[in-house]
Design a protein around this ligand. Structure first.
Ligand code: GLY
Ligand code: MN
Ligand code: MN
Length: 448
């Protein structure tokens, strides 16, 4: 019983800590916006799939980042006027229809207590919201139509409506998205633990796949295996799984996942869990038979070497371009050694000859979104890596059927992808629990 009590208390503490995170982010945003401003931030909306059926709801990442709330149809309004600021959440009034069909909507007090928001109003109570003239309006430009519609729907007899209508024409409009994207580039302690957890679940799911892989399975059966494990650990998919056997692996975002696994082929699985809205992103490429043939092994070892060297270069002060250049160097070197490219290393790099076989970037930011939207440069300069940044390192080689290249290499696609956290002294590989050396993979698969 004491253990249960202790666990409950821990969960309570973690929740409190995370709530403080959201409050801190709102405070930071307030410190970043100009004085004399009003901020509008909409939550995600339910999307209709067909009559009475919606797509599964996923909160807008920016809204979640600032509130921790996972419900649709909300609006956050922040005002900052002469060092005084106030934060208001606007939501739908609880009603019988929701109570019957979807479960009752949260009450005002539950929003206040659970999420620590100062003021909560229902959409039909907006007239009690005090608004003054502001010089600046911040909102996500992608939501401009929604904001206009919201303002149009306000009752013109309310002073707020007049104020807002005047303001939309008069104030300086500033895109809120980029401000929040900038904040999202460096992860807090609790964000790091969530991504670490998502990566851990994904890693286990990849290991399960390696253990159960065999010829004759369908790609979608492998996908089902992956999803089943994630769901049983309360995770969603961070993106549609890419389960690509044989030549399908040369299609970078292949998601049909309907082919049959053949024993002489490789299987590329790019799949990962999302936990509490935080993504991971892992790719492994394995031999369906459990053993790489010499051609597969050659390509695999090139990609692994490129990935290992690229990860070694991940430390504070470097940029993602530096990391990419390391991967490109080792990919190109390997392709020359395998006689797939000819000539000098420098020339092949300069003329981008490798791009025929390695045509994507080596990494991207990772966070609430699998391709986290923070910008990669600032005033034209690439962003320097700092502790708390998380990104992927995912080099690959994709060889279509092509004359002049040994047949053994035809239709081989290999990618190896891990999730990297920058630390004070270097980096931590958050997805390190999935084997990736030829030896370790073959060993794990032989125990199937
Ligand atoms: N899963 C998509 C990517 O690796 O970027
Ligand atoms: Mn990726
Ligand atoms: Mn991926």
């Amino acid at each position: 019983f004491m253990i249960l009590l202790k666990n409950l208390f821990n969960i309570y503490l973690i929740k409190k800590m995370i709530n403080k995170d959201f409050k801190r982010r709102r405070d930071f945003l307030i410190s970043k916006i100009e004085d004399n401003s009003i901020v509008f931030l909409f939550s995600g909306l339910e999307k209709s799939r067909n009559n009475d059926v919606n797509y599964k709801f996923r909160q807008s990442s920016n809204f979640f980042y600032l509130t921790g709330i996972n419900n649709p149809s909300l609006l956050l309004i922040i005002t900052k006027i002469g060092n005084r600021h106030s934060t208001t959440l606007v939501c739908d009034r609880p009603n019988d229809i929701d109570k019957i069909w979807h479960g009752q909507l949260p009450s005002k007090s539950s929003y206040k207590n659970e999420f620590g928001i100062q003021n909560v109003l229902y959409f039909d109570e907006l007239s009690s919201l005090e608004l003054n003239d502001t010089k600046n309006m911040y909102f996500e430009f992608a939501d401009e139509n929604r904001l206009n519609e919201f303002i149009d729907n306000l009752n013109l007899t309310q002073p707020q409506s007049r104020y807002l209508r005047n303001n939309t024409s008069r104030s300086t409009k500033i895109d809120l998205s980029n401000l929040i994207f900038d904040m999202r580039r460096i992860k807090s302690k609790s964000e790091v633990s969530l991504i670490r957890h998502a990566a851990k679940i994904s890693a286990n799911a990849h290991v399960n796949i390696m253990k159960s892989c065999k010829s004759g399975l369908k790609e979608y059966e492998v996908e089902a295996n992956f999803i089943k494990y994630c769901m049983s650990e309360r995770c969603q998919q961070a993106y549609p799984a890419i389960v690509a056997s044989g030549k399908n692996a040369c299609v970078l975002h292949y998601t049909k996942n309907n082919a049959i696994l053949r024993s002489n082929n490789l299987l590329l699985v790019d799949a990962a869990a999302e936990y509490d809205n935080y993504a991971s992103d892992i790719t492994r490429t394995i031999p369906i038979s459990g053993k790489f043939n010499e051609f597969q092994k050659k390509i695999y070892e090139i990609v692994l070497k490129a990935q290992t060297m690229a990860i070694k270069a991940c430390k504070p002060g470097k940029t993602l371009i530096d990391i990419h250049n390391v991967a490109v160097k080792y990919i190109t070197k390997g392709l020359i050694e395998a006689k797939i490219l000819t000539g000098k290393l420098e020339r092949n790099i300069k003329e981008e000859k490798y791009k025929k076989y390695y045509m994507h970037n080596t990494g991207h930011w990772l966070g609430l979104d699998v391709h986290d939207p923070s910008s990669y440069s600032n005033n034209g300069k690439p962003i320097k890596l700092k502790p708390g940044m998380i990104f992927t390192v995912e080099p690959g080689i994709y060889i279509n059927k092509e004359t002049g290249i040994d047949k053994g290499f035809h239709n081989i696609g290999v990618r190896i992808e891990d999730d990297i956290l920058i630390t004070d002294s270097g980096c931590e590989v958050l997805s390190r629990d999935v084997p990736k050396s030829v030896k370790d993979i073959e060993k794990l698969m032989s125990h199937a």
